[in-house]
Design a protein around this ligand. Structure first.
Ligand code: PEP
Ligand code: MN
Length: 356
């Protein structure tokens, strides 16, 4: 597929200044809650108001969204407060309803972007419109699936595209509700430098206390914008109450953010980058040497009719090296992944020799 060329998702009057902020409650609950929250956000400078109208919930019986009547409230937000409105769509029907009520920006949720049939249905429903669309990452950490969703909309002629990083589902809920796995959005940015990227610290953190630090990390990684859940009375929210903040707190968080200039390359930075390049060269050389020795071992094992995988030896290598790495300040999980990858390649090279 030819490289995708995107058009700006910036609605008229929205400055390109980082972060572009989209804020509002997880769900539209009542007309009063929507109007109160929107007014408070507007007074604090927020220009794009989000609210979920249809909520994809893990279990039936949880609040599944107020439905179409909520779109009339979003219309009031737009007409009376002059804000842009945004909501989540998951089906062709949602798309046509949202457009009918003049919603300005649509996003596709993590439980939808995971499903190519659903993405295709939405793409077909959007064909011929020039709606700006933000695609959240799929719940599972699969960059190709995320890109596949972007391509489906692109192929339907949608050009005002962007993405939202909302973290990835995992059994490990010690800190985050959804693990950030920052390397995934970073790789997406490397492949599509012009694709606008938002971060959703509410769904990554799952807790109010984490919103500020995740937002700061996103800014440091050069994200364009933030989507943050904000509710006039978070403790009484009908969905995701632990991760919403009042418009006041949101304003406080946003004011504390330090926005560093991403493009400047100072002298000292390029000096440091040179050092990294040299170190990487060294790493590669050592890896190549290690593989050569590994192949020699392969030859020896073949001649002596030994099996390739010597589990005891492998466990010993893993354990020893990881302990050493931790002493050097390297994370144990990270070291384990590196060693496993190296080991996998060693085994592959030895197999090639055995089967020669
Ligand atoms: C939401 O934005 O409220 C939502 C349901 O998000 P996600 O799709 O990221 O879970
Ligand atoms: Mn939510």
């Amino acid at each position: 597929m030819e490289t995708m060329q995107f058009e700006s998702i910036l609605l008229p009057g929205i400055e390109a200044k980082r972060p572009i902020v989209i804020a509002g409650p997880c769900s539209a609950e009542t007309e009063e809650q929507v109007m109160t929250t929107a007014k408070q956000l507007k007074d604090r400078g927020v220009k794009i108001f989000r609210a979920g109208i249809w909520k994809p919930r893990t279990r039936p019986g949880a609040f599944e969204g107020i439905g179409t009547v909520g779109l009339t409230w979003l219309k009031r937000v737009k007409n009376e407060l002059g804000m842009y409105t945004a909501t989540e769509v998951a089906t062709a029907k949602h798309v046509s309803e949202a457009i009918k009520y003049g919603v300005d920006l649509l996003w596709i949720g993590a439980r939808t972007s995971v499903n190519p049939f659903a993405m295709q249905e939405i793409a077909d429903a959007l064909a011929g419109t020039d709606m700006p669309i933000l695609i959240k990452n799929p719940v599972n950490p699969d960059l190709e699936l995320w890109i596949g969703g972007i391509e489906r909309l692109y192929n339907a002629g949608i050009r005002k595209l962007g993405v939202i990083h909302r973290g990835f589902s995992s059994g490990d809920k010690k800190i985050y509700r959804n693990l950030p796995q920052w390397h995934i959005p970073i790789e997406l940015r490397r492949r599509y430098p012009n694709l606008p990227m938002f971060c959703d610290p509410s769904h990554i953190g799952g807790k109010r206390e984490l919103i500020a630090s995740i937002s700061q990390q996103a800014m440091d990684l050069n994200f364009d914008g933030l989507m943050i859940e904000s509710h006039c009375d978070p403790d009484c929210a009908w969905s995701d109450k632990d991760q919403q903040v009042t418009p006041d707190i949101l304003d406080y968080i946003l004011n504390l953010l330090v926005i560093r200039e991403g493009k400047q390359t100072t002298e000292s930075l390029s000096e440091l980058r040179k050092q990294i390049d040299e170190l990487d060269d060294g790493l590669l050389e050592i890896l190549a040497k290690r593989m050569r020795v590994s192949r020699e071992i392969g030859t020896y094992k073949k001649e002596h009719n030994m099996q390739i995988l010597q589990t005891a030896r492998y466990s010993e290598i893993l354990e020893g090296r990881i302990n050493q790495a931790v002493k050097f300040g390297i994370d144990a999980d990270c070291m384990q992944k590196i060693l496993e990858a190296i080991h996998e390649e060693s085994v592959r090279q030895q197999m090639a020799i055995m089967n020669e």
